[in-house]
Design a protein around this ligand. Structure first.
Ligand code: SAH
Length: 247
């Protein structure tokens, strides 16, 4: 998949991409991320990219010209593009959105705001959609763009070591993940659940499924309303409910 990030702070985005899984994905050619400095599209001596808001009030507003010119350059390259504005006013990002983006064939252009935001004409005439990473306000869209890139890229087949690992993560099948343990088998007064040491794979699978259901029921009951449970899941849910009554 292909991204191009438009930002006044390219270093923040590059730092997030420079290590580990994303770096390997880029080396394998599964992910391409170009980070473009919007100051390259300013034309004055001071590389001015922001200005005071019309109508007064505090703070500065990112000027429209650098963003429009950067997008013109990208469009002139001839590829299809989908233009996304990072914004606290956008649709809240989640697994479903990450999966959808991971399958996108067009280049995803992520525009990062700073200061009070970007001149509204960018949103009005360039942007296909706005994405928020949550109901809070960041000082800039760079971290949000990095979050979107990382979450989507790890769902591209081949990016993770085994494709399976994304499938077992939280949200993939509508449930939270089951708990994980590693050596030592006994740490302080805390033993690892016996079943995980039993070598009985059928039992381990069943235990994990039950724990995933339990975690979801306890921490995110809202998710259970949206997920379709099979016969085994229903049986496990019955057991969990009975165990809850027992104490
Ligand atoms: N005044 C704006 C916020 C500006 S914050 C408002 O209240 O709507 C500066 C920039 O940070 C934004 O332009 C956006 O690109 C980015 N940003 C802030 N919070 C974000 C969030 N929750 N998700 C995605 N981007 C965000």
């Amino acid at each position: 998949m292909k991204f191009e990030v438009l930002t006044l702070f390219p270093g923040i985005v590059s730092a997030a991409l420079s290590d580990s899984i994303l770096k390997k994905a880029m080396e394998k050619g599964l992910l391409e991320v170009k980070v473009t400095d919007l100051r390259d599209f300013t034309h004055d001596r001071h590389n001015t990219a922001d200005d005071a808001p019309f109508g007064g009030g505090p703070g500065m507003v990112m000027k429209p010209e650098p963003v429009f010119e950067a997008v013109d350059r990208i469009k002139a390259e001839g590829e299809c593009v989908r233009i996304i504005l990072m914004s606290p006013q956008g649709e809240v990002f989640n697994h479903k959105k990450a999966l959808e983006l991971s399958r996108e064939k067009c280049k995803l252009v992520l525009i990062c705001g700073r200061y009070e935001g970007i001149d509204e004409r960018v949103r009005l005439s360039l942007v296909d959609e706005e994405i928020s990473i949550g109901d809070f306000v960041l000082s800039g869209g760079e971290m949000a763009a990095a979050v979107v890139i990382e979450a989507a890229a790890r769902l591209v087949p081949g990016v993770l070591g085994t494709d399976e690992s994304a499938e077992l993560d939280s949200f993939y099948d509508g449930l939270l993940d089951y708990p994980h343990y590693t050596r030592p088998a006994q740490y302080r007064d805390m033993p690892v659940p016996d079943v995980l040491l039993s070598g009985n794979h059928a039992e381990i699978r069943r235990w994990r499924r039950k724990e995933a259901l339990k975690a979801t029921m306890r921490k995110r009951p809202d998710l259970l309303e949206k997920v379709e449970l099979g016969p085994e899941d229903k049986k496990l849910m019955g057991e969990l409910e009975a165990e809850m009554w027992e104490g």
